[in-house]
Design a protein around this ligand. Structure first.
Ligand code: ADP
Ligand code: MG
Length: 374
């Protein structure tokens, strides 16, 4: 079932929590709402659910206006970060709860409820715990039960608000994978709130990045990461290296550092934003880039070796961070305090006073001195 969000505005007193939000969620998609705390994610989710009313705008499910429908009539399932299970009820009773409290004329026969509960518990792979009480479950198991409970009413729309927020990293990762599989198998349309960019990028078909009550960008995870539409999205989506300088013809300069731009820029001042994988490190500068760095720390984390670097003869607000492969690390064998040079392959230029990045590419032919390559 598709969800259309049209021009939603919401105030709490004089505070504007949502500013003219519009978003199309196609049938069967898993969409992540990603943004810092206070950006309005929960408020938007509650408006979709019917738990909160908007000041202006409409919500449509499959083309039908549900703006004025009560939460019960919208038939959505939801899971919250702390979806307190009923402590005095067993797991099976918790999952059956929504069905048990239906008015008699809508309530399925008891045998059918039992069967549906059994099926849902099998689906979340916890049927062996049916007679346990919530206190006897781990955090991850509780959230899976909360999800089974949300699905008991056979919703076509599933709303999740930071469902894994309270769990530890390993359990979160398992549950993410499992939620994705479940989503693919049962084809509901899901909206998933998180402030964790990795979680949003891994799980979602599309991610809507929110900031201060507005949607900054909606795109696939790949596009969002490779082509952020603003400074905010850039910063929020992960570590980024920035070189800010003054433009003299085609040269961007700051202190002792400079980069020859692939094309002339009309702006007097530019910031180049570069993700770790868009920059190469060399032991000598390239012909088109002179960005000296000093190695401040080396951490061998997971698949890559991460270097924290500070500028030499120029300034940057944040330290730079660049990942290299273990093979590169082993052949180069750098130590703390060593100097090296950053060579941009791709950069996203943001002119002073604007907020829209323009992507710059340097041609392979402009790279030189193979001996300097790491
Ligand atoms: P998020 O989920 O992104 O952290 P919320 O949607 O919970 O953000 O909140 C957005 C803003 O609206 C916050 O500044 C919050 O304090 C405010 N807010 C949310 N709910 C209420 C409420 N019931 N009354 C007053 N302010 C609220
Ligand atoms: Mg929230």
């Amino acid at each position: 079932m598709s969800i259309s969000i049209e021009g939603i505005t919401k105030h709490f007193g004089s505070f504007q929590a949502l500013r003219d939000i519009s978003l199309e969620i196609p049938d069967g998609q898993l969409v992540g709402l990603l943004g810092p705390s206070g950006s309005g994610k929960t408020t938007l989710l509650r408006i979709i659910a019917g738990l909160e009313t908007a000041d202006e705008g409409r919500i449509l499910f499959h083309g039908e206006d549900v703006t004025r429908l009560h939460v019960r009539e919208r038939r959505v399932g939801f899971v919250f970060q702390h979806y307190a299970l009923f402590r005095h009820m067993t797991v099976a009773q918790n999952v059956a709860f929504g069905l048990d409290v239906l008015p008699a004329r809508e309530r399925p026969p008891a045998a059918e409820i039992r069967q549906r509960v059994q099926m849902l518990l099998e689906m979340v792979q916890l049927d062996h715990l049916a007679q346990r009480y919530p206190a006897q479950l781990s955090g991850g198991q509780k959230q899976r039960i909360a999800l089974a409970r949300a699905l008991s009413m056979k919703p076509q729309i599933l709303l999740l608000d930071e469902p894994f927020g309270a769990l530890d990293a390993k359990v979160r990762k398992d549950l993410r994978r499992w939620l994705r599989a479940l989503h693919e198998e049962f084809h509901f349309t899901s909206v998933f709130v998180t402030h964790d960019q990795e979680e949003a990028l891994e799980l979602s078909d599309q991610v809507a990045v929110m900031s201060a009550g507005s949607i900054e960008q909606v795109d696939s995870p790949q596009k969002l990461y490779a082509q952020p539409s603003s400074r905010f999205v850039f910063d929020f989506l992960g570590q980024v290296n920035v070189f800010a300088g003054q433009v003299e013809e085609q040269l961007l300069r700051q202190g002792e550092a400079w980069v020859h731009l692939p094309e002339p820029s009309p702006a007097p001042a530019l910031q180049l934003y570069m993700r770790s994988h868009e920059v190469r490190l060399q032991t000598a500068p390239a012909a088109y880039a002179h960005l000296p760095l000093r190695i401040e720390s080396i951490s061998l984390v997971g698949a890559e070796v991460r270097l924290e670097l500070s500028p030499v003869g120029w300034d940057s607000e944040e330290p730079w961070e660049i990942g290299i492969t273990h093979a590169q690390f082993n052949s180069w064998q750098p130590s703390r305090g060593d100097h090296c040079y950053a060579v941009p392959q791709v950069a996203h230029a943001i002119a002073q006073g604007t907020d829209t990045p323009e992507t710059l590419h340097w041609q392979a032919g402009e790279m030189d001195d193979p001996a300097a390559m790491i």
